[in-house]
Design a protein around this ligand. Structure first.
Ligand SMILES: C[S@@+](CC[C@H](N)C(=O)[O-])C[C@H]1O[C@@H](n2cnc3c(N)ncnc32)[C@H](O)[C@@H]1O
Length: 305
């Protein structure tokens, strides 16, 4: 990294933190290598390589996804003895919650850094969970292996929704439960991803993650493959001192935002303009009376036919 980039990061409020700077460097390197890492087998290999690096800074957000994990595990009706996989498990918040109920749990995520953290969490409470790094679009499990397949704000980031849901249903036994939490397109997080997409369009062919937050699209994607579809809304309330404070928290933990800020490091006008739009959006959902953000999300549950 040159001195100018390092200076810009400090000036923009990142302070002296090492992680974002390191992330910027590696994201830039990955961008340069993107073409060569594309393979005939996976046209989105380069995109996933960037995702893998960018999501590795997600750990601080686990304090907010932990309560939501309890909601999803309850919504799915997880009981002792069930074989369960948490797809795109991050630091393992859903996996560990399910294992505490007595389920036999596996977890998988693109980021080895987050998987390592998930293993540490499981060790703290002596839970035997099989965590592995891998891709939701190519699960390393056998057909009909699980009673329950869960994903919390996770499988929605796989670039090919048909592949991801195909894999999740393949490893689920007939009659088994699939359940996931996702961000609706018209609410805060969905609108944030739309904003990011306007500044940093994804590669051609990558589906919008927030379509998984639209019940109509979910019903279409599960049609003929799952039945007894039901939906429930819930809300995550991350703490925030101001829209600016929350913007900074997001920029240092949310993969696609980290990538966008890295891209704008040498374009201060664009970065400033993005931040103005982003803070205006955050302001609409900032509950100043309680120092929280109001982030509503959708939970989906269905049974494999
Ligand atoms: C918003 S985080 C959610 C993490 C966790 N489920 C939670 O609730 O805390 C999104 C996660 O999806 C993972 N991810 C993104 N694309 C993926 C893919 N193609 N396969 C597996 N995991 C993926 C990221 O690495 C990241 O951990």
């Amino acid at each position: 990294m040159d001195g100018r980039t390092r200076r810009t990061i400090r000036e923009e409020g990142f302070g002296e933190r090492v992680e974002p700077s390191a992330s910027v460097v590696s994201l830039m390197n990955i961008e340069l290598e993107k073409e060569s890492s594309m393979t005939a087998q996976d046209p989105f290999a380069g995109f996933k390589a960037v995702q893998k690096e960018a999501w590795s800074l997600f750990t601080p957000m686990e304090v907010f996804t932990t309560p939501a994990a309890a909601k999803l595990v309850g919504f799915a009706g997880v009981v002792a003895g069930q074989r369960l996989v948490d797809v795109a498990c991050g630091t393992g918040v859903v996996a560990i919650t399910a294992a505490r109920r007595g389920a036999k749990v596996r977890g998988l995520d693109l980021s080895p850094v987050l998987i390592e953290r998930a293993r540490e969490h499981a060790q703290l409470v002596n839970l035997d969970i099989d965590f592995a790094d891998g891709d939701a679009e190519s699960l390393p499990y056998g057909d009909n292996e699980f009673d329950v397949v869960l994903s919390q704000f996770g499988h929605m980031f796989a670039p090919s929704p048909d592949l991801a849901i195909g894999e999740m249903l393949r490893v689920l036994k007939p009659g088994g439960t699939i359940a996931f939490s996702t961000w609706p397109p018209h609410l805060y997080v969905g609108r944030m991803f739309a904003l990011i997409g306007r500044h940093l369009p994804p590669p051609e062919g990558v589906a919008s993650p927030v379509l998984w937050g639209d019940p109509k699209t979910v019903a279409e994607r599960l049609a003929g493959k799952a039945q007894d579809l039901s939906f429930e809304m819930d809300m995550m309330t991350p703490s925030a001192l101001s829209p600016q404070h929350f913007r900074r928290t997001m920029e240092t933990t949310i993969g696609p935002l980290i990538k966008l800020v890295a891209q704008y490091q040498d374009e201060p006008d664009k970065l400033r303009s993005f931040r103005a739009e982003f803070e205006a959006l955050i302001s609409e959902y900032f509950d100043a009376g309680n120092n929280v953000m109001r982030q509503q999300y959708l939970m989906t549950r269905a049974r494999k036919v």
